[in-house]
Design a protein around this ligand. Structure first.
Ligand code: LLP
Length: 416
């Protein structure tokens, strides 16, 4: 069930009218649902409840500390890709021993901080990164828990920008050379081998690519065993898709039903790193119509939110549903390109949308909880929008709207 649905003819977020939230907190505005975040996480937790599994929410999808705190309270682990995300998880009360640290270029400082707080594992993506991790751990007199990210060379059949498991991508170690890298790691003072991981892409709507990747990684696990390298866990990354339009992605339960039989009797703990499937449909982006404009046959709805607030449509040609917050019955529907105020032709949130709107009306872009605010920028010196979390009939401002002085604060004139 969608927590962002109509009640008495207007859009609600749980039990809060979206129009009230926009009055109170302004526009444009991100609105998240605590209930949806919780339910989406618990679908994973329940699907794997009888297993030794660790669900590490991918912080990059939505890293607001209130979001992380809601998930931490439910027992979630976290997948991070920077020391900044690490500090967010700690501030939100996340358990460091449930953190996996991914990313292709972790700095020595980032490694030091993560070792000091005791993360569960480093997902290392190259031999050079392995050497750096070993050096940092040796210097601290500790052993760094290691998983090697392998590239299983499978086609995730998703958008090329978010497909990561092919040889041509920058991610991970080629699965055929992984054995040598593990052998090298085994001889290192500062390294303790823990597991293996892969992440083949995002917004996957089928199980097959996951299963192909899993099969290939399990072959590697067996080969390593022959070399007396026993792994404790296998991390299958994130990537389960969501419904933006009419996609029907596998549920966490279907994912579990497919994966678990393959792991039976193997004594391998499972780690997952879901981001989008927890966050996307737990949030909306609310924006106000400023002007309606027609150039001949073409109609534009010019809104107060733009590509700097929500870049997915511009960057990936991603389609996200756009709906009226307070639908009008008497206004005729018209076909609009929904465009922002930024000085770029690519500044649109949707094209060819049938909407019945007048200036001043509010629109909601659905499925905006993942890779929305986190990818926002200050392009055109636009302030980043506020973020609100609703919880039943209560709403909480979880990030105040940025101000121009916030933006200028970091800059300085040169002294003549
Ligand atoms: N683990 C690793 C190592 C990742 O690189 C990612 C996402 C995830 C987990 C989480 O994947 P998810 O469950 O969210 O699919 N900005 C793009 C998506 C980029 C995904 C990057 N990596 C978008 O808006 O579509």
């Amino acid at each position: 069930t969608d927590v962002f649905d109509y009640q008495n003819g207007e859009l609600f977020a749980e039990q809060c009218a979206v129009s009230d939230l926009a009055d109170r907190y302004g526009s444009p505005l991100y609105i998240y649902s605590r209930k949806a975040f919780s339910e989406h996480y618990l679908e994973y937790a329940n699907a794997f409840k009888n297993e030794d599994a660790l669900i590490c929410y991918a912080v990059k999808a939505n890293s607001n500390i209130a979001v992380l705190n809601v998930l931490a309270k439910l027992g979630a682990g976290f997948d991070i890709v920077s020391v900044g995300e690490l500090e967010r998880v700690l501030k939100a009360g996340g358990d460091p021993s449930k953190i996996v640290f991914s990313g292709v270029a972790k700095t020595a400082d980032e490694m030091r901080r993560a070792l000091a707080v005791g993360v569960h594992c480093f997902n290392v993506e190259s031999e050079s990164e392995l050497e750096r991790l070993n050096a940092v751990a040796e210097e601290m007199g500790v052993k760094a828990p290691l998983s090697l990210r392998v590239n299983p060379d499978v086609d995730a059949q998703t958008h090329p920008y978010i497909s990561t498991g092919l040889k041509e991508n920058k991610f991970g170690v080629d699965i055929d050379t992984a054995k040598q890298v593990y052998a090298k790691a085994k001889g290192m003072q500062g390294i303790e081998i823990k597991g293996v991981d892969c992440h083949i892409g995002s917004q996957l709507t089928q199980l097959e690519p996951f299963m192909d990747a899993l099969d290939r990684v399990l072959v590697l696990v067996d080969e390593l065993k022959e070399q007396a390298i026993e792994l404790e866990h296998i991390d299958l990354g994130g990537g389960l898709g969501v419904t933006y339009d009419d996609e029907v992605p596998p549920t966490p339960q279907e994912f579990a039903d497919a994966v678990l039989p393959k792991l039976a009797g193997r004594n391998l703990k499972l780690v997952l790193e879901p981001g989008r499937s927890i966050a996307a449909n737990a949030g909306i982006f609310v924006t106000q119509v400023e002007f309606l404009k027609s150039n001949g046959d073409k109609h534009f709805a010019i809104i107060d939110g733009g590509m700097n607030d929500l870049i997915r449509p511009s960057l990936y040609s991603a389609w996200q549903r756009i709906v009226e917050v307070q639908p009008r019955e008497k206004t005729p529907k018209q076909n609009y390109d929904v465009v922002g105020p930024v000085c770029e032709t690519g500044d649109f949130l949707g094209k060819d949308r049938e909407l019945a709107i007048l200036p001043g009306d509010l629109l909601a872009v659905k499925s905006a909880g993942a890779y929305g605010f986190v990818m926002a920028s200050n392009y055109n010196t636009r302030n980043k929008p506020a973020e609100v979390m609703v919880d039943g009939d209560q709403s909480h401002l979880i990030r105040r709207r940025e101000t121009i002085s916030d933006q200028l604060m970091l800059e300085a004139l040169i002294q003549d």
